[in-house]
Write a protein that binds this ligand. Structure first.
Ligand SMILES: CC(C)(COP(=O)(O)OP(=O)(O)OC[C@H]1O[C@@H](n2cnc3c(N)ncnc32)[C@H](O)[C@@H]1OP(=O)(O)O)[C@@H](O)C(=O)NCCC(=O)NCCSC(=O)C[C@@H](O)CCCCCCCCCCCCC(=O)O
Ligand SMILES: NC(=O)c1ccc[n+]([C@@H]2O[C@H](COP(=O)([O-])OP(=O)(O)OC[C@H]3O[C@@H](n4cnc5c(N)ncnc54)[C@H](O)[C@@H]3O)[C@@H](O)[C@H]2O)c1
Length: 729
């Protein structure tokens, strides 16, 4: 038991304040104080080493506790230091951890919040670990393109075995305290005041030898199976990693944990150096910080549209209109965040189907509690009292206008009216209401309860308060909100246009759908454009093209040249599939065929025959197209459209585009996003020259025409970061 009377502060702050030194009788507590997440920046490392040395020198001190001040135990290395001079300044994290491991006085890590990366490695180097019940631990370095480089790949397998260590490190998962306890990663879960409990625990182990507590001195429990475990892991990881090098490099480091500790540490260091100097690590770290940076939104259209000054309205209840694919997913997201929802649908069958899906999807534990927040209705007047409505009816401007007119007359005047349109003009929708300032686009991605992106669209009259509310709603429901301007397709779908258009042109020239998908999947996408089209439903794009007058349900509009629409080259192969009722997975056939009940895309001789005949009819000569050409022809026009978007001020920053693609379209994270990839991986000049060269070969493919902004940046040597929000906005 701790005598609370002895818990008087004898704190001296002569050491760097980032690791505060306090004594409680014979126990020293070192509290890392580096808000917000207590990362190990240089001064923290120095403070810890100084504190440890002081504790060793003082004969009155018999044990040491390390903990975090404020919200968390250290969440790892200071990633912002990577690549800067301070990162290399001694003491480095490895020497801090060596001082902990070899301390003759027992060291206890007392964990609250999240002990991640280097933070958890510090805990593993300690002789004892305590955690509060809400704590989480993990080694998420793989998401930053690196590995746990302060002994994590060597100590973790010594506790949990190679198999579990591979699983934890290559997924970067956070583990809850209770699971950590059962895996032997923490020794005790403590209730109540962590400081008191930790001091009490430290006293209880004073004088005990530390040698048998040092994980570095243990052996890996499943060492004899390492070859077999690594072989099995390699197969799944290579497939899952899709070009990211960190996961497999983590496995190589873990494999070395069966060697003597010092040898394994040397191997870990070499592999860490390899990853740190790769192009993927900075790309993934950029992705990490961009995900957070988009929360600091603003828009050049209006100075008031700025996260610093705009205040959100409080949203407690939301109406969702349409219980289709998106309406149901949006409803689930809202309920999961504890918001009240009124779900309205005009079709009874559809409503019933939606309710069943919602019930099934909500986790068993909280289903009844969450379901009690849901009201379902076929009567618009049930929306009279909600704070916000999200419309998710069919993608038709006529219908959206009709719905918004109704919503405007029924809902309370201060209610915000949002549309989940995939790309229709928000201003036209707002114009039918008497509150255009309260109309906004909130573009969710399918499946809406899973996909993290929320693309929020600022209309001409949307107020700063409305945008702040939409952005805040995103945070409340765990989405990554990105603010963009209004144009057909907004940012995400607009950039997708050139990508799918060019993908279909490749079929004319000789590729099969599976060739294109394979090249794009090898680049790192989870799905190529044709598999993705089949999954989403080919009718979505077809309806859109019909609405735009580019095609009709019966074929090309009268008196239209077959391969041109409005002066631009057009390939009608996708329309031809839809006219045959091949709408993708839902009809068992699209670009591919599907066996009943299976989602596996099988190449279809019928489609191959259709493409062959099409080539013959229109005089295309089949040629072999390399994967490199496929990737460049699909992705460079997409990137080029990103430059148009920046130039027009639709996106304020290139990072808004990158985050949109990382979280909404499965762009491979290890490449940083399309704009980062263009600038830092390929190089803007190379992108420009490739576009020019393809355009010379295909002068009527208008998406290949390089954007003036791209040309200008290459000519002036400007960087995307320097462009900031000041492109011609
Ligand atoms: C911790 C979180 C779970 C908290 O989440 P929450 O939602 O509460 O808060 P935010 O995510 O919004 O974060 C708040 C704020 O903090 C910033 N931040 C978070 N984590 C870090 C961090 N680790 N470093 C810096 N900044 C951080 C965040 O950006 C927010 O600020 P902003 O201004 O952007 O709003 C959550 O934040 C989280 O998950 N964080 C990341 C945790 C993580 O990934 N940890 C691992 C870090 S990497 C690491 O620890 C590496 C170590 O394993 C090894 C280091 C050893 C180095 C020695 C290597 C020797 C080899 C030498 C090779 C040399 C080669 C050469 O260059 O020559
Ligand atoms: N499906 C996607 O992948 C996706 C992704 C992002 C955005 N969107 C957009 O979301 C919207 C909805 O798409 P979806 O795929 O969920 O469509 P869906 O066809 O699955 O569902 C639309 C629902 O709206 C209902 N509805 C029609 N008229 C209505 C009315 N007047 N009042 C109330 N309900 C009405 C229909 O009965 C149907 O249940 C569209 O604007 C679409 O472009 C779709």
């Amino acid at each position: 038991m701790v005598n609370t009377m002895t818990l008087t502060w004898e704190a001296t702050r002569e050491f760097a304040v980032m690791a505060e030194y306090s004594t409680y009788g014979s126990v020293v507590v070192l509290q890392v104080n580096n808000p917000p997440v207590n990362s190990f920046s240089y001064h923290v490392r120095q403070g810890l080493v100084d504190g440890l040395e002081k504790a060793q020198r003082d004969p009155a001190i018999r044990s040491i506790v390390i903990m975090g001040k404020g919200r968390t135990f250290p969440a790892g290395a200071d990633v912002r230091e990577f690549g800067t001079a301070s990162a290399g300044m001694m003491p480095d994290l490895l020497s801090v951890l060596a001082a902990v491991d070899t301390s003759p006085k027992p060291v206890v890590s007392a964990i609250h919040g999240t002990a991640l990366g280097g933070g958890f490695e510090l805990a593993l180097a300690s002789h004892y670990r305590l955690a509060v019940p809400s704590a989480r631990v993990g080694l998420p370095e793989v998401h930053l393109g690196i590995l746990p480089g302060a002994g994590g790949t060597q100590r973790l397998p010594r506790v949990v075995g190679v198999k579990t260590a591979i699983q934890m490190i290559t997924t970067g998962q956070h583990i809850k305290a209770q699971q950590a306890l059962s895996l032997g990663l923490v020794d005790k879960i403590v209730q109540g005041d962590l400081l008191k409990e930790a001091v009490s625990f430290a006293r209880s182990i004073e004088g005990r030898p530390v040698e048998d507590r040092r994980i570095s001195q243990k052996t890996v429990p499943d060492a004899e199976k390492v070859g077999e475990v690594v072989d099995a892991a390699r197969k799944t990881i290579i497939r899952r990693a899709r070009g990211a090098i960190a996961p497999m490099t983590c496995v190589q480091a873990i494999q070395a944990s069966v060697l003597p500790f010092d040898v394994g540490m040397q191997r870990e260091r070499e592999l860490m150096a390899f990853l740190m100097t790769s192009w993927q690590a900075p790309a993934q770290q950029y992705a990490f910080f961009s995900e957070r940076e988009v929360r600091r939104w603003s828009h050049p259209r209006d100075k008031r549209v700025n996260f610093k000054t705009a205040k959100p309205r409080v949203i407690k209840s939301v109406g969702v209109v349409g219980a289709g694919t998106m309406g149901v997913g949006i409803t689930i997201s809202l309920l999961q965040a504890g918001l009240k929802v009124v779900l309205l649908e005009v079709n009874k069958k559809q409503l019933d189907r939606g309710i069943t899906t919602i019930q099934k999807t909500l986790s068993q534990k909280s289903a009844s509690q969450r379901m009690s927040l849901l009201t379902t209705t076929m009567d618009y007047s049930a929306l009279s009292d909600v704070d916000m409505v999200i419309e998710a009816v069919f993608e038709s401007m006529r219908l959206k206008k009709e719905v918004f007119k109704k919503l405007d007359s029924i809902t309370k005047p201060q209610a915000i009216l949002a549309s989940n349109t995939s790309g229709l003009d928000i201003d036209k929708i707002a114009a039918v209401t008497k509150r255009p300032d309260k109309v906004v686009g909130t573009h969710f991605f399918a499946p809406a309860n899973i996909m993290r992106l929320l693309e929020n669209i600022l209309g001409k009259h949307t107020s700063a308060e409305t945008i702040a509310t939409a952005m805040q709603l995103g945070t409340t429901i765990g989405k990554v909100g990105v603010l963009v301007g209004n144009c057909p397709g907004f940012v995400g779908n607009r950039m997708l246009g050139p990508y799918v258009t060019e993908a279909v042109f490749l079929l004319e020239e000789g590729a099969d759908p599976q060739d294109v998908d394979k090249a794009i999947e090898e680049f790192g996408f989870a799905m190529g454009p044709f598999r993705m089209g089949d999954l989403s439903g080919l009718d979505i794009g077809w309806r859109g093209r019909i609405e735009k007058g580019l095609t009709t349900e019966q074929g090309p509009p009268p008196a239209t040249p077959p391969l041109y629409r409005r002066g631009n080259r057009y390939c009608p192969l996708a329309d031809m599939l839809c006219m045959q009722g091949r709408l993708g997975q839902k009809t068992g056939a699209g670009w591919y065929r599907y066996e009943p009940g299976s989602r596996a895309a099988l190449p279809d001789p019928v489609v191959q025959q259709m493409i062959r005949e099409y080539r013959q009819e229109h005089g295309f000569k089949k040629r072999t197209i390399s994967s490199q050409e496929i990737v460049e022809r699909c992705l460079y026009p997409l990137i080029n459209e990103g430059f148009h978007i920046l130039d027009e001020g639709i996106a304020a920053r290139s990072m808004d585009i990158d985050v949109t693609y990382l979280f909404g379209y499965g762009w491979p994270r290890h490449t940083g996003g399309p704009m980062y990839y263009a600038e830092k991986v390929v190089g803007l000049e190379k992108i420009l020259r490739s576009l020019e060269s393809y355009q010379a070969q295909y002068p009527d493919h208008h998406y290949l025409q390089p954007s003036p902004l791209l040309r200008d940046m290459v000519a002036k040597g400007t960087s995307l970061a320097a462009l900031g929000t000041d492109s011609k906005l």
